[in-house]
Design a protein around this ligand. Structure first.
Ligand code: F6P
Length: 459
């Protein structure tokens, strides 16, 4: 079997006794199954990072090759171009885009450095799988250095419509660089269609089959591969967590009130301010829920050096204080907002406890929290998922209450409807959502991508 080489911006090297969560586990498991190496940034900065060779570690049958970033690279490549320009651009949120030309040049040069450091570690029988928006130029850079092994690329974020791409500095170059891979994977068919359209219009690629583009004599396959979770395992974790001390404490503090629950990174794409405003509107428009409901939102701090993330934190702090001060009562705090991350097991328990999963990103590639909320429910007495139409997961979880994340009345109406929804309707909606998760596994997502890559290069 070919060796798998995964390349991503951040590499979560497992530490003694600690296992990373979510997608990191899936990629680790894929590597452990197939044998392989994970290459990328180790999460640290140091002034001599540019001249330090990759550090090689082994854990759980996987080889990890990691490099550091210099403080300037971190500022311009990670905080700057990747997360201040590309991230909001990919999410079609121009109001959060900040662009500095010198950050773009550092973005290219860090990708070059990834390429230079990776090259000596590659073997002829490797299959290379590059991940996400930090590394758009990498496939092209590897090809220019003569790498001719199969290269797949998967974008975890949405792919914007071509007119949004027009505001990307050098958008055409990014498209041409991506077209050097053999397989390009996206989360949804809309993202795939956006890419196909942009590649033809902006990069001059030709569509030679519904899923194949031809560009400068090279053909590249494109397709959607929705990221999945392991619903059965997550359901077990959630059911077990219900008896954990953290859950007992939560239940006793709720004193019989219904629980609305959300969990996200603190990120401008997650729609947190509008989400709070929607909850505030519920309490204003439907006063019957005052004192009868508690909203618990976990928003773990993330990318704290990015100015729009700092501004978000400030705005949220103002909103949280105002909402609790204006709507709260001596013995009732309507909103509990936590910025510390919680253990995955405990989060699964919160999901099972919550009558409502309130997940309203402004835009999201997929949103695995929505799938996890569905998996965590008690089949006999499930909660209701309120989900933004703008999340990739809404393509699959159509039986959720789908909302416009910017429309506070829509959010309030959905919350009111969910809080009062009869059990029969809750079960019917939950069953329809659960059916979409049936038979899917996170590992299956990765294997489907790799199978398609293998078939593509074999044609
Ligand atoms: O959703 C994109 C993503 O890169 C995820 O893969 C990752 O878990 C998350 O953002 C956190 O990103 P960062 O590495 O910037 O902390």
């Amino acid at each position: 079997m070919k060796r798998l080489v995964i390349v991503s911006n951040r590499v979560p090297v497992p530490k003694e006794g600690l296992r990373p969560g979510g997608l990191a586990v899936v990629l680790h498991d894929l590597l452990a199954l197939q044998g392989g190496m994970w290459f990328g940034w180790n999460g640290t900065t140091s002034v001599d990072a540019e001249t330090t060779p990759p550090q090689i570690q082994h854990a759980g049958g996987v080889e990890y090759a990691t490099i550091g970033l210099t403080p300037a690279e971190h500022k311009h490549y990670y905080t700057g171009f990747s997360n201040s320009t590309l991230w909001p651009l990919m999410h079609s949120l121009p109001e959060f885009i900040h662009f500095e030309r010198r950050e773009l040049s550092t973005y290219w040069s860090v990708n070059e450095r990834f390429c230079e450091n990776l090259l000596p570690l590659l073997r002829d029988d490797d299959t290379i799988w590059i991940h996400d928006y930090h590394l758009l130029p990498l496939a092209a850079q590897l090809r220019r250095k003569g790498v001719n092994m199969p290269i797949g690329f998967f974008l975890h974020t949405p792919f914007p419509a071509p007119d949004m791409l027009a505001i990307a500095p050098d958008g055409g170059t990014f498209l041409r660089d991506m077209l050097c891979a053999d397989l390009l994977g996206f989360q949804t068919s809309d993202d795939t269609a956006n890419f196909i359209f942009a590649a033809q219009r902006t990069a001059g690629a030709r569509l030679v089959a519904p899923d194949t583009l031809s560009f400068e004599g090279h053909t590249v396959r494109v397709g959607s591969f929705a990221v999945e979770i392991d619903p059965d395992a997550f359901a077990r974790t959630a059911a077990e967590a219900v008896e954990a001390p953290e859950l007992k404490q939560l239940r006793s503090s709720l004193a019989g009130r219904k629980l609305i629950f959300g969990v996200d990174r603190m990120d401008p794409t997650k729609g947190l301010c509008d989400r709070l405003a929607g909850y505030d509107r519920l309490l204003e428009s439907y006063p019957i829920w005052q004192r009868n409901v508690t909203f618990l939102q976990i928003a773990a701090e993330s990318r704290v050096d990015v100015p729009s993330y700092r501004a978000l934190r400030q705005e949220l702090e103002g909103m949280i204080g105002k909402l609790n001060a204006q709507r709260g009562q001596a013995d009732w705090t309507p909103l509990r907002f936590l910025t510390r991350g919680s253990a995955r097991r405990v989060v699964a328990g919160y999901m099972r406890q919550a009558q409502i999963g309130y997940i309203t990103p402004l835009r999201d590639g997929m949103n695995l929290v929505a799938k996890e909320y569905v998996a965590a429910q008690d089949p006999d007495d499930p909660g209701v998922l309120i989900l933004s139409r703008m999340a990739g997961a809404a393509r699959q979880l159509e039986a959720a209450l789908l909302v416009n994340p910017l429309d506070h009345d829509d959010l309030a109406d959905a919350l009111n409807r969910a809080l009062g929804m009869p059990k029969a309707e809750r079960r019917e909606r939950w069953q329809a959502c659960r059916t979409h998760l049936e038979g899917c596994t996170a590992l299956g997502w990765g294997q489907a991508f790799l199978r398609t890559l293998e078939a593509t290069v074999a044609r």
